[in-house]
Design a protein around this ligand. Sequence first.
Ligand code: CTP
Ligand code: ZN
Length: 154
Amino acid sequence: MNQKELRVSKIKDGTVIDHIRRGYALDVVKILGITGKEKRVLTIAVNVPSKCFGAKDIVKIEGKLLNPQEVNRIALVAPHASINLIHDYLVVEKREVQLPKTFEGIIKCINPSCVSNSGEPINSKFHIKQEDPLMIKCHYCRIIIEQSDVLDQL
Ligand code: CTP
Ligand code: ZN
């Protein structure tokens, strides 16, 4: 990559979330619980030209490695993202995010009378009906929740 193409600098150690669908970088940051008040360098690039997608977003978080739960959360808003672990400027691991078929506890069912909202110790649980745009189905009350309702909860 030559100097003219270099838009955001490389990082030394941390995580690069690449190939985020354009417009979703801020949702990725939000879903990770990053506020920007942490003492870490955070780079957000939105609408960057990309060979594969036309345009993409990128999030670079210095000094942070993601746990599997965080990777699953990213899949909810950016199903085609790739997660690059950087150590000493080198990409030491590259993972594609993958939506699990079923996930528990990340978001709440939107149906107030769902048993997962009853105050009983029952975790919310959803099955993926469609990845992109996201559509999930409550395991208990079978209501379908759309991507916009998921994003509203982040
Ligand atoms: N990156 C970075 N800092 C580094 C190394 C890489 O910020 N020290 C970023 C790159 O800018 C890129 C992503 O991490 O956005 C993945 O790096 P790399 O695998 O080198 O790029 P590509 O080959 O273009 O990745 P892919 O094949 O996944 O498109
Ligand atoms: Zn429900």
